[in-house]
Design a binder for this molecule. Structure first.
Ligand code: ME8
Length: 511
């Protein structure tokens, strides 16, 4: 039976245009989805937009539009960002869709039926930018007297009737759950942070608002709309067809992997499992969180207005180049900064020089000296065997890194093989063998072709378009591009298409 794997991105607030931070989390989730497909999993990959709440309502008002027309416009922009970044999603959910309203109403009713919702009165701090409630003790006071949340978002005092979720009752069960599932929160620094937050004591959570109405109505409670985070988190079960147990996608639940930014780990690792447990639904298997791309030391964000536009970067450098840079430049969970120079250096050194030249040198020697046909495998020397063994072992070498989302280390494994292959070319000098030992030249080129095939196969999730072109040039049929297919040898003597460079060097345009 095919194993299924359910992966999600956060659903993005439609309060402004997408930026490279959103593209980053989506690309990471996409790399994972493509990797799992290469491994033969039946993948369900979900992304979408978070369209309710005060922050979005305010952005619509600022733009002079009614909320629905505003969210339609920005959601289309996020969908386009996913297209431009090569995000291979299976479903794009919008929280203003009817299916989601039905699902949220049912989730609410189940939690209420379990006795975990009560009517009360909220009085306290709220940050619209984070759509989050804060305790006084979490705030800091700026020199001008304004109070801000730990994220730096300004807070306002809110006083309104509200329904509450009995979060306090879930503290022990959550702690027990984290103990029993050590891989639930990644990286481990975030796990420790979440556990100490929960150990510190949980307050009941306000889950309805009455001072605005851009949200999903609370069942049988006129004037109340659901707190946007309850609505938003529930998107992950809506997309599986909740509440219909016969829905074709219901078997995907619980999710295998939620990708989130480190700012929203608390919502996914504390509130979300508690809501699900209260509703009697299974809890996701893992929440993995990425660090920030920062600009001049500050988190890039729509609210701060210091954003890098993903489409501009792609136009300047190319999509696969940007996907590679984002996955390679910093550890997934850590913060890092983007600079023009750093992108150029990754492109010119690692893509154009290390990998591009290796492929180009090999393929042009085959074209020139082997009549454009794949040479047969000859008797292997020690040098040949060592390189081929390292190339063949790539799927296993990458897998633990992919499972831990240490993508930069997965790429480092591939580059170890690429660097070894470059060393091999220099030692074996196939261009010289053309004059002295044509048979050995063929053997060497075949070792290189097989190595490049393994490299291009495992790199497909990171750089789908370039690697597909490289596999075309290596003569690997589309149905031979899975990890398992690497053990099936390619035919000797097959004619290869004429070589074409895959990774040009980036040259700064003249000013
Ligand atoms: O939080 N660097 O949406 P959102 C890296 N709607 N990643 C970044 C980033 C940056 N500078 N800025 C944003 C929300 N991200 C909610 C989610 S899910 C049920 C609801 C990424 O539009 C990061 O993954 O503010 C962050 O968590 C995500 O974009 C969501 O951004």
């Amino acid at each position: 039976m095919t194993r299924s794997f359910y992966i999600t991105t956060p659903i993005y607030y439609v309060n402004g245009a997408p930026h490279i931070g959103h593209a980053y989390t989506s690309i990471a989730a996409d790399v994972m989805a493509r990797w799992k497909r290469l491994q033969g999993f039946e993948v369900f990959f979900l992304t979408g937009t978070d369209e309710h709440g005060q922050k979005v309502e305010k952005a619509a008002a600022d733009a002079g539009l009614d909320p629905q027309s505003f969210v339609d416009k920005i959601a289309a922009d996020f969908k386009d960002m996913a297209r431009v970044m090569g995000i291979s999603y299976d479903d794009f959910i919008r929280t203003t869709e009817e299916r989601h309203k039905v699902s949220c109403a049912e989730l609410w009713k189940r939690i209420a039926a379990a006795g975990d919702i009560y009517l009360g009165h909220y009085e306290g701090w709220y940050a619209v930018r984070d759509e989050a409630f804060y305790d006084e003790s979490e705030l800091t006071t700026r020199p001008d007297g304004t109070k801000v949340a730990p994220s730096g978002a300004p807070v306002e005092w809110v006083r309104e009737p509200s329904y509450f979720f009995r979060l306090s009752a879930w503290q022990d069960r959550l702690l027990q759950f984290y103990e029993e599932h050590p891989d639930f929160i990644a990286p481990s620094s975030r796990r420790n942070e979440v556990m100490s937050f929960v150990r510190g004591g949980l307050l009941d959570l306000s889950i309805s608002r009455t001072t605005f109405n851009w949200g999903i109505p609370v069942p049988d409670a006129p004037g109340h709309v659901m707190y946007v985070w309850l609505d938003a988190l529930n998107n992950y079960v809506t997309a599986c067809g909740f509440p219909d147990p016969a829905a074709p996608r219901w078997h995907y639940w619980p999710a295998d992997l939620h990708f989130v930014g480190k700012d929203i780990i608390r919502f996914h690792a504390v509130y979300w499992p508690a809501f699900l447990m209260a509703a009697g639904l299974p809890v996701p298997k893992r929440v993995t969180s990425n660090g920030w791309w920062v600009v001049d030391g500050e988190k890039m964000s729509k609210s701060l207005g210091n954003v890098i536009e993903p489409r501009k970067l792609v136009d300047t450098f190319g999509l696969d180049q940007i996907r590679y840079f984002l996955m390679r430049e910093k550890p997934f969970g850590a913060d890092g900064s983007i600079s023009h120079q750093a992108i150029i250096s990754r492109i010119n050194v690692e893509l154009a020089n290390d990998l591009g030249n290796l492929a180009q040198r090999t393929l042009s020697l085959v074209a020139r000296n082997c009549g454009g046909q794949r040479p047969a495998r000859g008797a292997a020397t020690e040098d040949d065997t060592a390189l081929l063994a390292a190339a063949q072992a790539l799927p296993e070498a990458l897998d633990p890194h992919m499972d831990r989302q240490t993508f930069h280390e997965a790429l480092e494994e591939v580059w170890k093989v690429i660097r070894a292959a470059n060393g091999y070319v220099d030692r074996q000098a196939p261009w010289a063998l053309n004059k002295t030992d044509k048979a050995r030249m063929g053997d060497v080129l075949r070792v290189l072709l097989d190595t490049l095939r393994a490299v291009a196969t495992v790199l497909q999730p990171f750089m789908p378009d370039s690697m597909s072109r490289m596999l075309d040039q290596l003569g690997v049929a589309p149905d031979r591009r899975t990890l398992d297919a690497l053990s099936l040898p390619l035919e000797d003597g097959e004619a290869l298409p004429p070589p074409q460079g895959v990774f040009p060097r980036y040259v700064e345009p003249a000013a």
